[in-house]
Ligand binder design. Structure first.
Ligand SMILES: Nc1ncnc2c1ncn2[C@@H]1O[C@H](COP(=O)(O)OP(=O)(O)O)[C@@H](O)[C@H]1O
Ligand SMILES: [Mg+2]
Length: 565
């Protein structure tokens, strides 16, 4: 129970930073809800008054009697309209409330995931993440909805009904009514505790289906190229079959728990009805009393079943937000805002040790990358070149020793300001949906005229794509960019990096998808624009131009030096 409260407060805290009015809105919702409950209780009471007045032998004046009944009937219909308007207001307002909660949780999940350490990110399946976020973001709103719009109204209504019955009808009936209702509540609470594991089963089944779906939908090209369409479809068919079985199985178990509930409410309904018929027959209840009580019994049995089913669902919602919470607990990158002084030395490694996955990449490594240097990093694939570059970008952290950028120690935490002067083109270059302009000025606040941008695109032989497709710099390329060739994407990425006007440009195999003439041309442009270059490359012509080299695997070459000396 405590952990559910903690979980609830965790999400409330998460949301309230960006949705500050959440408490006010919840209070308004609560207020409307109380009004609805009050009116719902008041209506049957009015009905009782109408029935009793029409039967009242004490009122002998026919005109008085008719006026009274008319008045009561008008009050009844007015109250009914008010009730429906209030219910409508609740629906509209709660829709607004819920979508705010949902959007805020999705936003927080995104912001949180982006700050998570790369190892955590790499281990996360996007299909599973997507399902967990969708489910969790809806679930928290549902929990609040259930509390404010299902549970509280029924409790309030119950209390109001109890007071009306105890004042207007009989204490013994009140007692019977209360005990039976409380018994049903307790039974519900006991039943829902069992349901958590069933929900987990359902959500896990859902996640494994999403996992397969998203992975394969993103690999249709590869599947087609392997001629494995039927193979994957058959695999997915059995995954779906398994999904159906697991979800149905889980729902059946939950349904079984709910049916106990329905029986309990049924017994309550029957018992109360028999009780009030007896009271009416023995003249202890008036006809009005009987109408009132039967309305209450019927009115309360439906919400009682609803409450129990909602509480069961709420337990499922708690399972969902618990599943989502684990992403929020992910290890985060330590990013600070610290400034630095850049003089001669840009990067400095001091006695650095660094391994990934038990493979030693750096051992007692001492090295400096100075201003204006052209450093080439070479070595066989899998020797740690890209991993090394991740250290320079703050994506990975060294195990021991010290790493500096200028005079700033970045051994444990990276400064977001370093990205102002360091640009990077990854081995797997990327284009996002949007326009060419948005892609080449990605996260870039410098000002360029269209002519300047077109000039640089022409230099990189990219402008012809715009001409051939008859599009401008600002046209959306959402459908087009998937057809760009590897070399085109790579050149767009190089343009993006150069437009950022960096002090240091880091390139991971930047010309791997370019032919040698294009590679030379591109490289000449890069050299003209950036002074300090760190390039992973196998190209002999590039290696010849370099001021310094690092040959991976470094640890092995260090060993060779040692064993040779
Ligand atoms: N996060 C990681 N977890 C496990 N192994 C990793 C991780 N990152 C890199 N590796 C492994 O480290 C080695 C170096 O990888 P990488 O730096 O990408 O090589 P390359 O020199 O080809 O760029 C490879 O064997 C790779 O599989
Ligand atoms: Mg690499």
């Amino acid at each position: 129970m405590k952990s559910k409260v903690e979980l609830f407060l965790f999400y409330l805290n998460l949301i309230k930073d960006r949705y500050a009015k959440i408490y006010l809105h919840a209070a308004i919702l609560l207020f409307i809800t109380i009004l609805v409950s009050a009116l719902t209780t008041f209506l049957p009471y009015l009905m009782k008054l109408i029935v009793d007045s029409s039967n009242n032998i004490l009122i002998t004046d026919v005109i008085d009697k008719n006026n009274l009944i008319l008045l009561l009937a008008i009050s009844f219909s007015t109250a009914w309209v008010a009730l429906k308007v209030l219910t409508w207001t609740t629906n509209i307002f709660s829709a607004y409330f819920m979508v705010n909660i949902e959007a805020n949780i999705i936003f927080s999940s995104f912001a949180n995931f982006i700050r998570s350490k790369i190892d955590f990110v790499n281990k996360t399946d996007t299909g599973v993440l997507n399902s967990d976020v969708q489910r969790g973001s809806l679930a928290f709103g549902q929990i609040i909805y259930t509390i404010f719009l299902v549970l509280l109204p029924v409790i309030i209504q119950f209390l109001l009904i109890i007071s009306v019955i105890s004042f207007k009808i009989s204490l013994s009936f009140t007692l019977f009514f209360s005990v039976a209702t409380i018994f049903i509540f307790v039974l519900t609470l006991m039943l829902i505790r069992k349901s958590g594991s069933y929900f987990n089963e359902i959500y896990d089944a859902d996640n494994s289906q999403s996992k397969f779906f998203l992975e394969k939908v993103n690999s249709v090209y590869n599947i087609k190229s392997q001629g494995s369409g039927d193979f994957e479809t058959n695999k997915f068919r059995s995954i779906c079959q398994n999904y159906i079985e697991r979800v149905f199985h889980g729902n059946l178990k939950i349904g079984m728990l709910m049916i106990y509930q329905v029986f309990a409410v049924g017994v309550f309904l029957t018992g109360s009805m028999i009780y009030s018929v007896y009271m009416f027959n023995s003249n202890q209840f008036t006809a009005g009393d009987f109408v009132l009580i039967s309305s209450y019994i019927i009115e309360l049995s439906a919400p009682l079943v609803l409450v129990s089913q909602n509480l069961m669902q709420t337990n499922g919602h708690f399972v969902s937000i618990e599943k989502l919470e684990k992403y929020f607990k992910s290890p985060k990158d330590a990013v600070v805002e610290s400034s630095y002084q850049l003089e001669e030395t840009y990067y400095r490694f001091q006695d650095v040790n660094y391994s990934v996955n038990d493979v030693e990449i750096l051992r007692n490594f001492n090295f400096e990358i100075t201003k204006g240097t052209f450093l080439v990093i070479k070595g066989e694939t899998g020797s740690g070149k890209s991993t090394f570059i991740n250290l320079l970008l703050g994506i990975n952290k060294i195990d021991s020793g010290k790493l500096f950028f200028g005079d700033l120690d970045i051994s444990n935490s990276f400064s977001s300001k370093i990205h102002d002067v360091v640009s990077f083109v990854p081995q797997k270059s990327f284009i996002f949906s949007g326009s060419v302009m948005e892609n080449i000025l990605y996260n870039n606040n410098l000002h360029y005229s269209e002519e300047e941008l077109i000039a640089i695109l022409k230099e990189f032989n990219l402008y012809k794509i715009l001409v051939n497709n008859n599009i401008s710099l600002n046209s959306p390329i959402d459908e087009l960019f998937k057809f760009f060739s590897g070399g085109e994407v790579q050149r767009f990425n190089l343009v993006r990096a150069i437009l950022a006007k960096p002090e240091v440009l880091i390139l991971d195999e930047p010309t791997s998808a370019l032919d040698s003439i294009m590679a030379k041309k591109v490289f000449d442009i890069i050299r003209k624009n950036v002074s300090t270059l760190i390039v992973v490359s196998h190209s002999d012509s590039l290696i010849k131009l370099a001021d310094a080299q690092l040959h991976f695997p470094l640890v092995q070459s260090q060993n060779l030096v040692k064993s040779g000396s």
